[in-house]
Design a protein around this ligand. Structure first.
Ligand code: RIB
Ligand code: CA
Length: 344
């Protein structure tokens, strides 16, 4: 079976950590590298957290981590990145994302509940790694899986457009239509760097957006996570711990998730979709662009659903729904196969 060559671009983060576990343990992937970006926490922390997860999965000899951009391309919405607030002329034209840093920290902590990593990130920056790896590949050989702000990917495309034909597909966790989180109009990954997704959407690559409309269907309850904990391996225990942490955080801000005693696992769904496409439901080929006008809807993913004589060109696939049962079964299957492979 030919493995799917992928590069994970992450802002690790609790759900990014789960996505990394699944990308490293599902044997259908050839994970070429992990690029970290500013997002849930500052990029030095998203990089370190990614290293922690690589060690947790005992993949330190196979998988390397590259530190990427520490600020968005243009936006200054990020209210808490120390670098962002030191930007000249820093302004925060819109209210902070829902809740406060303290509340959101429950969903994402500066440091994952894992030992300080012994391994270090590579000296090469994420953007250089992306460009060099893609230029060395055949056309259509590598799939990019960005599950944080699109800053690294957008800057790599602008720096060297020759990488674009090398990309087989871009599977993005990001955006929202009827579901948003960082503002009434925008989802976090796009809200942090709206211009970055707009650049990627204009690239002409095959793009699938896995938005909150889909990821909120693939929530996991604390009770369900105990089935994963019972598998007993380090990666399984990490995932169970992070589901519990996320459920605690979501209970402070999302009434639906509070009632469920669970949390959406967002990023892992983008990984699942690459090996089990049927996990995504109601996937529609659409014209989508990002509001970069810096108004109240800054970062909104806007889909043109008008039935026109001359319709606007379609530039991405948008998943309006997803199948939770397929998603949870996939996670359990991969973790149980890993346990068997470890001879446990
Ligand atoms: O809105 C959800 C996304 O924002 C996820 O990728 C999560 O990790 C955060 O980055
Ligand atoms: Ca993320």
């Amino acid at each position: 079976m030919e493995k799917r060559k992928i590069i994970m671009d992450v802002d690790t983060g609790s759900d990014d950590a789960m996505a990394l576990v699944m990308a490293m343990l599902d044997e259908r992937f050839d994970l070429l590298g992990i690029t970290a970006v500013n997002g849930n926490v500052e990029v030095k922390l998203t990089t370190m957290n990614s290293l922690r997860v690589v060690e947790c999965c005992d993949k330190q000899d196979e998988v390397k981590v590259y530190k990427g951009c520490d600020l968005p391309i243009a936006s200054t919405l990020m209210p808490w990145g120390p670098q962002a607030t030191q930007m000249p002329g820093f302004t925060n034209p819109l209210p902070h994302r829902e809740g406060t840093r303290e509340q959101s920290i429950q969903v994402h902590t500066d440091h994952l509940p894992l030992p300080v990593p012994k391994i270090k990130e590579e000296p090469e920056s994420a953007v250089v790694f992306l460009i060099k790896t893609l230029l060395a590949a055949e056309d259509g050989e590598i799939t990019l899986v960005p599950v944080g702000p699109l800053t690294n990917i957008a800057i790599a495309m602008r720096a060297d457009p020759r990488i674009i034909p090398k990309i087989k597909e871009i599977m993005i966790m990001g955006g929202g239509h009827d579901v948003n989180n960082s503002s009434p109009a925008a989802e976090f990954n796009i809200w942090v760097d709206p211009e970055a997704l707009e650049i990627v959407l204009q690239s002409g690559c095959k793009i699938t957006l896995v938005p909150l409309d889909a990821t909120h269907k693939c929530f996991m309850t604390v009770e369900e996570s105990e089935r994963i904990r019972a598998i007993g391996t380090k990666p399984a225990i990490l995932i169970a711990d992070l589901v519990k942490q996320r459920a605690t955080g979501y209970a402070q801000m999302d009434a639906e998730m509070k009632a469920l005693n669970g949390a959406p696992l967002h990023d892992a769904l983008a990984v699942c979709a690459l090996v089990i496409p049927e996990v995504l439901k109601n996937v529609v080929h659409v014209n989508c662009h990002v509001d970069i006008s810096k108004g109240i809807a800054y970062g909104q993913t806007i889909i043109d659903q008008r039935i026109r004589v001359n319709p606007t060109p379609k530039n991405c696939y948008f998943a309006f729904d997803a199948d939770k049962d397929i998603f949870v079964k996939w996670m359990i299957d991969v973790l149980e196969k890993d346990k068997a492979k470890r001879g446990l």
